[in-house]
Design a protein around this ligand. Structure first.
Ligand code: NAD
Length: 312
């Protein structure tokens, strides 16, 4: 079984991916600087190394671990933060990613899977749902940095004898997403509602997102271990749900239906985005299996369980 190095494996999606890889019998090594403060998410069966992806020490880690495959999830994930602090976003999301790629190339990693974004890359779309051919017109430094890293991934794959897979996620949601950050509207609303606190909606709430369940995203990362060589794939459902609709559905699921407070739309956020994932269906055999209704139920249940066990 190959050794997979998962960067950002102490985070929301990375820890789900790491757990899924472990369940398939892979050796999993996690590299994360714990910026997300979620050491509790690291699966016990994984080896963990606390390291910043920008650090020169990353090269020593590769020498020690000798990974066959890198799955790169570590990142600064907030769009508004990237607008406020574009250089810090650039430092982590571009320089840090290039540092991971350089270490991977030096240590003869065979495959590189990169968690990119479909939600922040295409700008305000010219058509719906967006396929991978849609023009790239990011509205935020976060989206620019993700696209720049995609280009580094392509360069390294072409020039340094590595295969790559780029997965462009829609809005990922599910258990263990951080409810205290600026990203992750499902987690933020769920936590606020369970705390019996009103939620804030930015803009008029009619902006639409494509919400994809984290278990389905982890499955795409499993398929990408063997399929989709040097491909770029949207990973979403193709269906759009407004933030107002999400708020209403979560209000029903948590039995807390208090009107939201509306604030000014945030710069960098797009109005409507849905992703066409038919290329992932064709090449990876990937399809979203979890309905929006079911995914929200699983998410609310897990947040409620964590609160009652005192972790929430
Ligand atoms: P997350 O914040 O839960 O996970 C990111 C992880 O990266 C955290 O554990 C954090 O500690 C780590 N990290 C941050 N900076 C680091 C650094 N300098 N060195 C080492 N580790 C560092 O976020 P997530 O939602 O799980 O996102 C994972 C990946 O998926 C990111 O690359 C993100 O851009 C991408 N993505 C997420 C979504 C989504 O909807 N959540 C959508 C598209 C793309």
């Amino acid at each position: 079984m190959p050794t997979v190095l998962v960067t950002g494996g102490a985070g929301f999606i990375g820890s789900h991916v790491a757990r899924t890889y472990l369940s398939h019998g892979h050796r999993v090594v996690i590299a994360d600087n714990l910026a997300g403060q979620r050491k509790d998410l690291i699966p016990k069966e994984a080896e963990f190394h606390q390291v910043d992806i920008r650090d020169a020490a990353l090269n020593d880690l590769f020498a020690e671990v000798r990974p066959d495959i890198v799955n790169h999830h570590a990142a600064q994930i907030s769009v508004p933060y990237s607008v406020r602090e574009p250089l810090k976003d650039l430092s982590i999301n571009v320089y840090g990613s290039a540092n991971v790629l350089e270490a991977a190339a030096r240590h003869h990693v065979k495959r590189f899977i990169f968690a990119s974004t479909g939600g922040a890359l295409y700008g305000e779309p010219q058509y719906h749902p967006c396929d991978e051919q849609h023009p790239i017109m990011p509205l935020s430094p976060y989206g620019v940095a993700k696209f720049c890293t995609e280009q580094y991934v392509r360069y390294y794959a072409q020039m340094r004898d590595m295969t790559s897979v780029v997965l462009r996620y829609a809005n990922v949601y599910g258990p263990n997403q951080d409810p205290h950050g600026e990203a992750g509207v499902v987690a933020i609303f769920t936590q606020r509602m369970l705390e019996k606190e009103p939620s804030v909606i930015f803009g008029d709430g009619e902006q639409q997102r494509d919400f994809v369940y984290v278990g389905d995203v982890a499955q795409a990362n499993v398929l990408a271990l063997d399929l989709g060589d040097n491909g770029t794939y949207n990973i979403g459902t193709g269906a759009g749900h407004s933030v107002n609709e999400l708020h209403r559905l979560l209000g029903q699921a948590t039995a807390y239906q208090v009107p939201a407070e509306y604030e000014q739309a945030r710069p960098g956020d797009v109005l409507r985005i849905t992703l066409d994932s038919s290329k992932a269906a064709r090449d990876l055999g990937w399809r979203p299996e979890t309905s929006f209704q079911k995914g929200l139920e699983l998410t609310v249940q897990s947040f409620a369980d964590q609160r009652s066990s005192g972790d929430g």
